[in-house]
Design a protein around this ligand. Structure first.
Ligand code: NAP
Length: 281
């Protein structure tokens, strides 16, 4: 079984991105800039944002964090986004989720210029992805896609099962696999026989949020299994896949932690660079 080393793959991707930033600097005499807006005091959000800044600096991006208190008015955030949309030194804008209840997530996402939407959440980017046009692609599914391609470069005709249909993970993952000519089944909480669906798969991507949902006898021999889940349990952080059981059947499997997670931030940096490049055309 191949243990997919997301940390190593993310490091390799960051090295490529560092070189790309240096080339862009030479060509345009400036570097791509990422601005993150962080609202409130949630510990996980603070950790994510700190890591985003650390790795953005590592690859040579210009990185800024704008911090607001939990009680900030929605209009102040919308005005700031408008200002950043007009600022040519800002290539990518990310508003860290979740937001406080009084702030409308949909309004915030739609306020970001789609060309600077490094999360790929703007409806225009969602539509472009599903139409097969160039777009920002949500970072976690893009990371999963890159890991799958490392194991199996030709996905054409493969049977893929995506477990979970969130806008953040399951739906964009489905679009990426479709683009590669996989036959994709998207499953969710109302799916009648999830085990039977999974047993047909050459590739399983689990993005559910239920600890160790995907069991060893749900996975046929030689399946590539990508575990997006991050679940806090009494025995520590576990994924959506029962790692010990599934590793006996799978061809390749991502661990949790150290699988998909590190790729997510590396793909955010990639999206920032891609937004910069598109803005130069
Ligand atoms: P989400 O928005 O809560 O969506 C979960 C999806 O799973 C929903 O579509 C839901 O179906 C489906 N589901 C729930 N119970 C199910 C069941 N018993 N069988 C089949 N499907 C079921 O979650 P998310 O934001 O996609 O996140 C999923 C997991 O990934 C979480 O553990 C999260 O922490 C993790 N995550 C990791 C990263 C990373 O960088 N590694 C990034 C983001 C998220 P319905 O639509 O029918 O409700």
């Amino acid at each position: 079984m191949i243990l997919i080393d997301g940390k190593k793959e993310a490091e390799l991707l960051r090295q490529e991105l560092k070189k790309e930033v240096s080339d862009l600097k030479e060509k345009y005499n400036r570097v791509p800039g990422l601005t993150v807006i962080l609202i409130g005091d949630l510990a996980p959000s603070k950790i994510y944002v700190r890591n985003k800044e650390k790795f953005a600096n590592e690859v040579g991006l210009k990185s800024d964090i704008i911090r607001y208190s939990e009680s900030i008015e929605e209009k102040v955030v919308l005005d700031k986004i408008d200002e950043l949309n007009k600022n040519a030194t800002v290539s990518g804008i990310l508003v860290q989720l979740p937001l406080p209840k009084h702030i409308d997530k949909k309004k915030i996402i739609e306020a970001i210029n789609p060309l600077k939407d490094v999360d790929g959440f703007h409806p225009m980017n969602v539509g472009n992805l599903s139409s097969g046009y160039e777009s920002s692609i949500p970072c976690t599914p893009m990371g999963c896609y890159l890991l799958i391609k490392k194991i199996e470069p030709n996905l054409s005709g493969k049977k893929a099962v995506v477990v979970g249909r969130s806008n953040l993970n399951g739906k964009p993952m489905t679009q990426l696999l479709l683009k590669e000519n996989c036959t994709v089944t998207i499953t969710h909480s109302k799916t009648k026989d999830l085990k039977a669906e999974c047993l047909k798969a050459d590739i399983i991507v689990a993005a559910v949020g239920i600890p160790e949902l995907v069991k060893g006898d749900w996975v046929k021999k030689d399946t590539i299994v990508i575990d997006v889940g991050i679940n806090k349990t009494d025995k520590g952080i576990v994924g959506d896949v029962a790692f010990d059981e599934v590793s006996k059947n799978a061809k390749a499997l991502t661990p949790v932690p150290g699988g998909v997670g590190p790729m997510t931030i590396a793909c955010l940096l990639k999206n920032t660079i891609d937004c910069f490049k598109r803005s130069q055309i």
